[in-house]
Ligand binder design. Structure first.
Ligand code: NZQ
Ligand code: ZN
Length: 391
């Protein structure tokens, strides 16, 4: 296991009706002038936004509203939010929504306290300072409720990039599984896929002797395989939603990624798809993961065979571990399809003729030097082959 520092000070408040504590939590974490940031329409329609507003009013916390965050959140609204926070002297941002809303809130939080262009943080500058952020999560997926990350798409060039820094970890996150019961099945499934991808991106490691985190990841993957189909069959199953919601947080606050190298090539490859086609991130991952895993499998066949046996219940073929490894990848692919995810480029809405542009943006966009690196290093030719495997 490698050396690490793990600092994750988020207060998680989990369970039914916990959104009613939003006002008192903001007070506890020092907020008095709040920006409530939310998405398109779901939080308004469900009445959640009204409940949150009343919770703040009850505590005498003043607030401004900024809605309209779209999935794959854009830089334009972040700039608007920064301006608003400075003008209104906002001291706390409350994100009510999914990963897109939370990421947009984090970008505004960092940008408000920074003199330069907030995009600097999305091209490598670490976030050291940000306004405090709290969240009321409405979809189990991105894990932004516990992560130090934010992913934003710059409208000029449609670059989708991430920023990072412990200052971006939310002060508190309210996780009420019942709030996710209004999700359309497709979004629920995209969330499940994203959570599993976060686990796999950590499982694909070059670090040795990392049994504790290997086992945590395997346990969380097994949970998703068990609970995923239950929630697709019965969207109102609170217990399945509760297990998925907590697994989604644990998958990405890095408690199971510490002390080991990680991959993230699949996420980088997918981010170009959701940047170009505005598809759901999880749906893009369902198509990306099987292709990437098949392509890089030979780098460490035993790691894929181990996942196949421990997670997917395959029998180990000791003479031909690559057969076991492939069987595990195929079972994963079929699982994604079984919960309603797309199987290929066409179903995702992607086009073969765009592959050169995707590869260029992936390998050269925003300062990259012709390749991406993680579990293995992938150059332009590798990335082109991987996109073609998704056809
Ligand atoms: O905008 P509204 O109307 O709220 O609709 C949203 C949106 O259309 C809807 N939705 C959310 N909660 C709902 C609901 N509909 C009904 N009932 C509810 N309870 O779902 C749609 C998707 O929402 P979004 O926030 O985009 O989903 P998700 O949480 O999957 O976030 C995706 C974004 O997170 C980024 C992705 O790249 C993508 O941009 N990621 C962020 C990470 C991080 N910050 O750590 C890591 C991830 O790997 C990921 O890259
Ligand atoms: Zn993700």
């Amino acid at each position: 296991m490698e050396n690490f520092t793990f600092y994750s000070p988020t207060c998680f408040v989990f369970g039914r009706d916990t959104e009613l504590q939003a006002g008192s939590l903001i007070r506890r974490f020092g907020g008095s002038r709040v920006l409530i940031h939310y998405g398109g329409s779901s939080a308004v329609k469900s009445g959640l936004l009204d409940r949150v507003k009343s919770a703040l009013e009850k505590e005498g916390v003043s607030f401004q509203l900024l809605g309209g965050v779209q999935p794959n959140p854009r830089s334009g609204l972040v700039e608007k939010g920064i301006e608003l926070c400075r003008r209104e002297q906002i001291d706390f941002i409350l994100a009510v929504g999914g990963g897109s809303v939370i990421d947009s809130a984090k970008a505004i939080a960092a940008g408000t306290l920074y003199d330069g262009d907030f995009w600097d943080f999305y091209t490598g500058k670490r976030v050291e300072k940000a306004l405090p952020v709290g969240t009321v999560l409405t979809i189990a997926a991105a894990g932004s409720e516990g992560s130090p990350d934010s992913v934003i798409t710059k409208e000029d060039g449609m670059f989708k990039r991430g920023a990072s820094g412990d200052a971006l970890r939310p002060r508190f996150s309210i996780l009420n599984p019942a709030l996710t019961q209004t999700l359309p099945p497709f979004q629920t499934a995209a969330g499940i896929t994203d959570i599993m991808a976060h686990l796999y991106e950590r499982y694909l490691t070059n670090s040795k002797e990392v049994e504790v985190t290997d086992r945590l990841i395997e346990a969380l993957l097994l949970t998703m395989i068990h609970e995923g189909p239950r929630v697709i069959a019965d969207p109102n199953n609170y217990d399945a939603r509760a297990n998925i919601m907590w697994a989604g947080m644990m998958a990405h606050n890095n408690s199971c990624g510490v002390g080991r190298s990680q991959d993230w090539n699949s996420h980088n490859i997918e981010h170009e798809l959701s940047a170009m086609y505005d598809c759901a991130h999880g749906a893009g991952l369902a198509v990306t993961l099987p292709a990437v895993f098949t392509y890089v499998m030979e780098h460490d066949v035993m790691r894929f065979a181990k996942a196949a046996v421990r997670v997917w219940g395959c029998q180990m073929d000791f003479d031909h571990p690559e057969v076991t490894a492939r069987e595990g990848i195929e079972k994963m692919r079929r699982f994604f399809i079984s919960i309603g995810m797309p199987a290929n480029f066409t179903e995702l809405g992607a086009k073969e003729e765009d592959i050169p542009a995707l590869v260029k943006a992936l390998c050269w966009g925003d300062g990259r030097q012709g390749s991406i690196s993680g579990f293995v290093t992938l150059d332009e030719k590798d990335c082109e082959k991987i996109y073609r495997m998704m056809l």
